[in-house]
Design a protein around this ligand. Structure first.
Ligand code: FAD
Length: 388
């Protein structure tokens, strides 16, 4: 178990007051939103139950171009231009049109934090206090009060970036909610390939993975069915790869887009179901929707919009993505139904370079890196088009 670095005992002083913006959750979504507010002059508070970067929440693989554009390149541990896909009847290698990189979670979070000028406090968010306006009631602009284990903090602009629980709304409970489950281990070791396994012997609906990160491997299993336990399959896959199953890390993963706003609160990242179904890629969308949300908040603190307009615009932006998420969910539901013998020619077909390029470019367009702006300049993450 990682050692908890959060404040304890006498250090755990009361935390109360008003801010212009309160961001609950200091991981990918929360820190990206705070980054958008830098230099605005707004008083921004971020709260998280752990210190920034203390508790890794994923295998930490994301499109390289996103990491570069956000100025986070020093956190990159390993970069991959291919994806190796194993299945019972065939192993295929897909040459990707753009690369994925694994990164160091604490380092990436701290690099994001260096780009913010917000206040940070460790506190556990318990929920909302005071009367919660029913859905559909016009926005009166009143501050939203958030209860933490150190006191009540409030702001007119509040964002829930607390992950799948959606603490500041009605909550969300497995196994009935549309959630997948994921578990991984982090043994020491090196490898060259980013690998996934689509194999019913490992997990009936889902996939296994091995994401190398320079000196450690992130080996895990994700199940689209929340009732299927992934511990034994994770241990087996790890042992089959000749590694000890140590350094566990797991969580629920939402696989359905939710409302971007509710009761005058913004939701971003897993709390809004931004993790992409089928692939369970949630970091890139947390960056993407985090930027969108941060821009709306920025317009309010700059006096260019009121809160009601910002809530509506962000909600609309979120909803525009619904059809893409529903498509990915359809494929997620279809994949486990495909018999292994039929899967083999499909995987071979995807491996055809022109198809890989077409499909992965469409997939990247769900949350394109250009949205982050210019970043660090020309990127090497996208390889040159293949000559005809
Ligand atoms: C095993 C596993 C592997 C994964 N691998 C990948 C991957 O390689 N690439 C990828 O793109 N996606 C991956 N994902 C999905 C990805 O981790 C999530 O989609 C992503 O972390 C969502 O970011 P977020 O900022 O919304 O939430 P999170 O990263 O979950 O952050 C939530 C933050 O809120 C804090 N918090 C939670 N509750 C409270 C509370 N009550 N009070 C105070 N603070 C609280 C947490 O400490 C945390 O800092 C993986 C998921 C799992 C489970």
């Amino acid at each position: 178990m990682p050692v908890r670095r959060t404040k304890r005992g006498d250090e755990r002083t009361p935390l109360e007051g008003s801010w212009d913006v309160v961001i609950c959750g200091a991981s990918f979504a929360g820190l990206t939103i705070a980054r958008e507010l830098r230099g605005s002059g707004a008083r921004v508070l971020i709260v998280d139950r752990y210190e920034i970067g203390e508790r890794q929440t994923s295998a930490c693989a994301a499109p390289t171009e996103w990491i570069e554009r956000l100025g986070l390149s020093p956190s990159i541990r390993q970069t991959f231009t291919d994806l190796v896909v194993h299945s019972p009847h065939i192993d295929t290698r897909w040459r990707l049109p753009w690369s994925f990189s694994t990164f160091d979670y604490p380092e990436l979070c701290n690099l994001l934090w260096e780009q913010c000028d917000a206040d940070f406090e460790t506190a556990k968010v318990e929920g909302r206090v005071g009367a919660i306006p029913p859905a559909g009631v016009a926005d009166d602009g009143d501050p939203v009060a958030v209860e933490t284990d150190r006191g009540v903090v409030e702001a007119p602009l509040v964002v829930d970036c607390l992950g799948w629980r959606r603490v500041l709304d009605d909550g969300y409970q497995p196994p009935d909610a549309p959630l997948s489950r994921g578990l991984e281990v982090h043994p020491a070791g090196t490898d060259d390939d980013l690998e996934i396994w689509i194999d019913r012997d490992i997990v009936p609906a889902g996939y296994g993975w091995n994401f190398p990160a320079r000196d450690e491997l992130r080996i895990g299993v994700g199940s689209f069915d929340p009732r299927f336990h992934v511990k034994d399959p994770t241990v087996k896959l790890t042992e089959d790869l000749g590694k000890p199953p140590e350094g566990y890390q797991g969580n629920w993963i939402p696989h359905r887009l939710r409302e971007g706003t509710a009761r005058n609160v913004f939701f971003c990242g897993d709390s809004a179901g931004h993790c992409i179904p089928l692939t369970a890629e949630g970091i890139r969308p947390a960056f993407y929707f985090g930027i969108a949300c941060g821009r709306e908040l920025r317009a309010v603190v700059d006096g260019r919009r009121d809160r009601a307009a910002a809530l509506q615009r962000y909600s609309d932006f979120n909803a525009e993505h619904r059809w893409k998420y529903e498509w990915m969910l359809r494929v997620q539901k279809l994949l486990p139904k495909i018999p292994p013998r039929v899967l083999a020619p499909i995987l071979r077909g995807v491996a055809v370079e022109s198809f890989t390029e077409w499909s992965f470019d469409h997939y990247l367009a769900i949350a394109p890196p250009e949205f982050a702006g210019e970043g660090e300049g020309e990127t090497e993450a996208r390889r040159e088009p293949v000559a005809a």
